[in-house]
Design a protein around this ligand. Structure first.
Ligand code: NAP
Length: 342
C-alpha cells in the first residue's frame, strides 16, 4: 500500500511514497533511515515540504522530521534558543515575540520548519538565518553520531549552505541554535518597512508589516499550492547588469559586496508578461511572478513545463538564465532542477 504525500508538501501535487515515518526524536529518525537502507530503499527526509517539487512517486521511505521543543537560555547580551528541527518556523517567530525576544520578525510567515531554515539559509526583508544562527545540530545517519556545526561551518550563502552540498545525504538536522541580541536593531531596508521610523518602531510593528506584505502579495499555500519563490534571484557580473540597465534603466538591481549585482527574478519574469501564464493546472502567480502556483490539480509535469517556458522566455529576452530555488525530487532522490527544466 502506498501513502499519499499530498498533505506533506505545500505544492499540493499528487505523489506517493512506499512508506512514511513520523520521527519525533533523533534516534527514531536514524532508526527509520537505517531500516530503509537495510531494505535498499531510497530515503527522503521532509520538514514542512515547503521548498520541494515531487516529480514522481517516491520509491522508498519518506521520513517526516517532527522533532519538537524550544529551550531558552541567556547570557548578558543574547537570548539563546535551542529549537527542535520539526518546530513550525512561523510559530517560533511568534513565540519569540510573545516572549520579548525580538530579532526574527522579518522572517514571519515563511512556511516550513526550523530545521529546514539553515538548509537554504532562508531570508526575507533583509534578514537571513545566517545573521541569527549560533549552531546547527545534526545526526550522522549511518552511525547515529551527533555533531554540532557552528554558523561559520554551515557555509551560508545566498539560499545556500553546506547542507545542500557535503552534508546533503549523510546527515539530518535535529536542532537549530539561535542567538538573538538583547539590544534589538530593527532592519527596515525593504518595501513597506522603509516607512517605519527606526527611532520608535517596535518588533510587533515590524512583524505586523511583514505579515501584511506577505498576506497581500503572496499566495497562501493552504489555499493555493505553491513552494514560495520558484526561482532564485540571479546574481550577475557588473558588466551584465550594466548592459541590462542600458536597455531597462528601471530594472531593480542590488550591488553585492563581491562586486556582482543581484537582479530581481520576479521583475524579469513580469517584463516577459508572464503573470497569469498557465500550463495545464500550473500558473505564474498573478501578483508575484516569482511564485508558480498549483491552480487546478497541477501535475509535476505541468510545473516543469511551465518553469521551462518561464526560463526560456526570460533567457531569450534578457540572456539571463534563471535557476530554480525549489528542490526537485525524483523517484529515488534529489535531481538537478536546472537540468530538469532546461
Ligand atoms: P520585493 O520586495 O518585490 O523585491 C524583489 C527582489 O529584490 C527581492 O527578491 C529582494 O531580494 C530584492 N530586494 C528588494 N529590496 C531590496 C533591498 N532593499 N536590498 C536588497 N535586495 C532587495 O520582493 P518580494 O518578492 O516581495 O519578497 C520580499 C522578501 O521576502 C525578499 O527578501 C524575498 O527574498 C523574501 N521571500 C522569499 C521567498 C522564498 O520562497 N524564498 C518567498 C517570498 C518572499 P532578496 O530575495 O535577495 O531579499
Amino acid at each position: 500500500m502506498t501513502i499519499s504525500l499530498k498533505p506533506f508538501t505545500t505544492f499540493n501535487i499528487q505523489a506517493t511514497a512506499q512508506h512514511l515515518v513520523q520521527a519525533t526524536t533523533a534516534e527514531q529518525l536514524a532508526a527509520a533511515w537505517q531500516q530503509a537502507k537495510d531494505q535498499a530503499q531510497p530515503v527522503l527526509i521532509l520538514g514542512g515540504g515547503s521548498n520541494v517539487l515531487l516529480l514522481d512517486d517516491f520509491a522508498g521511505t519518506v521520513i517526516l522530521n517532527q522533532i519538537q521543543g524550544i529551550d531558552i537560555t541567556e547570557n548578558d547580551e543574547h537570548w539563546l534558543l535551542h529549537v527542535g528541527a520539526g518546530e513550525n518556523w512561523h510559530h517560533l517567530v511568534s513565540f519569540t515575540l510573545e516572549h520579548n525576544m525580538p530579532g526574527l520578525e522579518n522572517l514571519a510567515l515563511i512556511p516550513g520548519c526550523a530545521g529546514s531554515a539553515p538548509i537554504q539559509n532562508i531570508g526575507a526583508y533583509g534578514i537571513e538565518i545566517k545573521h541569527v544562527c549560533d549552531y546547527v545540530d545534526c545526526i550522522e545517519l549511518a552511525t547515529g553520531a551527533t555533531l554540532r556545526l557552528s554558523a561559520a561551518e554551515c557555509r551560508f550563502g545566498y539560499r545556500d549552505s553546506i547542507f545542500k552540498h557535503d552534508y546533503q545525504d549523510r546527515y539530518a538536522i535535529t536542532a537549530l541554535g539561535l542567538k538573538l541580541p538583547k539590544a534589538w536593531q530593527p532592519v527596515l531596508s525593504y518595501g513597506d518597512l522603509t516607512r517605519l521610523s527606526p527611532a520608535t518602531v517596535t518588533p510587533r510593528q515590524v512583524f505586523d508589516a511583514v505579515c501584511h506584505m506577505r498576506m497581500t502579495k503572496l499566495p497562501d499555500p493552504k489555499v493555493q499550492g505553491n513552494a514560495g519563490s520558484f526561482f532564485k534571484n540571479p546574481v550577475v557580473s557588473a558588466a551584465t547588469a550594466d548592459t541590462l540597465l542600458g536597455m531597462y534603466p528601471n530594472a531593480p538591481h542590488y550591488p553585492q559586496p563581491d562586486g556582482q549585482v543581484k537582479l530581481a527574478a520576479g521583475w524579469l519574469i513580469d517584463r516577459c508578461e508572464l503573470k497569469g501564464f498557465q500550463v495545464g493546472g500550473a500558473a505564474v502567480h498573478s501578483q508575484q511572478a516569482l511564485v508558480l502556483v498549483n491552480i487546478d490539480n497541477a501535475t509535476s509535469k505541468d510545473v516543469v513545463q511551465l518553469a521551462h517556458q518561464v526560463r526560456q522566455r526570460v533567457g531569450d529576452k534578457f540572456g539571463i538564465w534563471l535557476e530554480p530555488e525549489v528542490r526537485f525530487i525524483g523517484s529515488r532522490g534529489e535531481v538537478s532542477a536546472v537540468e530538469t527544466i532546461a
